[in-house]
Design a binder for this molecule. Structure first.
Ligand code: PLP
Length: 392
């Protein structure tokens, strides 16, 4: 392959999950059993995920968003409270705060890592601040030492958004085992997937019990067993809970995906090396800095375009990549630029200089285990061609 490679005929998706015969037969087994919703497979997935993380409790839910929401509710966070979230994240990190009646306090990110900036967290703490939700963007853990220090100082709860960080470690500690509560995502694009789904981990017995009850209508413990051959059991409603449980069909997928998590991670590591080799010497491309002593989950391959060296916008470059049959994305357009957050909380771009600048230059490239080396070469050559044509 050389520069000016002809356009490929098929579209290279931005993301693609990896299922094989194992997932298919696991789902079929559940369909042919007498139980398709929350039941034995979900219990097994929870057990195996808790073992993988090395934590006491893993509660399977229908999304990471549900996990974040329940984490706030379990801490009695609501009207009058404030919760600190990063500007660069998926909207659900902040939406769940709004759902509780509390106010999301959106803070700018660190210019090198694009993770939440601890110094800016401290600047935004008031007497109403109750919690911080750090987001491990693309799988790189946040500066948890600094965040935990601030949380201790002001008596705040830390709830980690680990939607991208299932495999991550921070200074030898597994993400999911460090804070009061951690929420993971198994959405279709994530490192392991159950189509939709999430998991909340904690080492706190009482919180785990409370969250289990909240996640299923507020029904008393193990209500799902009421139809089993152990005899009918009446349930009791102990609070007005939610409908956030994971089904056994999803859990069957999760159990199979978890078996392959290391294999998938190795593949993505190889892909990163190939991308780095082909893009690291392009002056118009810069990279997100990685901090020391972490294991990066490598959920996304993100670059930053140096817009001062280009005659076109990032969005125009995205359009040109798509025209070359390459799926691309942005992670993420900052919260302060979205209509709801901008208008409801009167957010101004000048108060988020780092995220505002990044919003014009971030570009995520296709990155998943099933990519072939030739796919990555094609993506890089096309990106380099476009940059070559439009550099200043
Ligand atoms: C950073 C982040 N947080 C939360 C979520 C929400 O995950 P879910 O779709 O499982 O609710 C996502 C999903 O894309 C995400 O990227």
């Amino acid at each position: 392959m050389t520069y000016n490679t002809p356009k490929r005929v098929d579209f290279l998706p931005f993301n693609q999950y990896s299922f094989d015969e194992h997932e298919k037969s696991a789902v079929l087994e559940v369909l042919e059993s007498s139980w398709i919703t929350t039941g034995p497979k979900t219990k097994q997935f929870e057990r195996e995920f808790a073992e993988y993380i090395g934590c006491k409790h893993a509660i399977a839910l229908n999304s990471c968003t549900a996990g974040l929401h329940l984490s706030l509710l379990a801490n009695n966070i609501g009207i009058g409270d404030e919760v600190i979230v990063p500007d660069i994240t998926f909207t659900s990190t902040a939406n769940v705060v709004v759902h509780t009646g509390a106010t999301p306090i959106i803070v700018d990110v660190d210019p090198e890592t694009l993770n939440i900036d601890p110094q800016k967290i401290e600047e935004h703490i008031t007497k109403n601040t109750k919690a911080i939700i750090p987001v491990h963007l693309a799988g790189q853990p946040c500066d948890m030492d600094s965040i935990n220090k601030i949380a201790d100082k002001y008596n705040l709860v830390v709830i980690e958004d680990a939607a991208h960080a299932t495999e991550s470690f921070y200074k030898g500690k597994k993400v999911g085992n460090m804070s009061q509560l951690t929420a993971f995502s198994f959405y279709a694009t994530k490192n392991i997937t159950t189509a939709e789904g999430g998991m909340l981990t904690t080492n706190d017995d009482q919180l785990a019990e409370k969250i289990r009850i909240l996640s299923l209508h507020g029904l008393s413990k193990d209500a799902w067993k009421r139809y089993s051959n152990e005899g009918y059991k009446h349930y009791d409603v102990v609070c007005a809970g939610y409908k956030y449980n994971m089904t056994d069909i999803q859990s069957a997928l999760g159990i199979e995906q978890l078996k392959k998590i290391d294999k998938f991670a190795d593949k993505r590591k190889e892909h990163k090396k190939t991308y780095d080799q082909l893009l690291s010497n392009v002056p118009e491309i810069t990279f997100i800095k990685e901090i020391d002593d972490i294991v990066h989950a490598r959920h996304l391959y993100m670059v930053m375009l140096d817009m001062t060296k280009l005659k076109v916008t990032r969005d125009q470059i995205m359009d040109m990549m798509i025209q070359q049959n390459i799926g691309v994305s942005v992670h993420f357009m900052p919260l302060h630029l979205h209509t709801y957050y901008k208008e409801r909380f009167n957010l101004l771009p000048e108060n988020f200089p780092v995220a505002t600048k990044a919003s014009k230059s971030l570009l995520s490239l296709p990155f998943y285990p099933n990519l072939k080396e030739e796919d990555i070469i094609y993506v890089c050559y096309k990106l380099r061609d476009i940059i070559e044509e439009f550099k200043i």
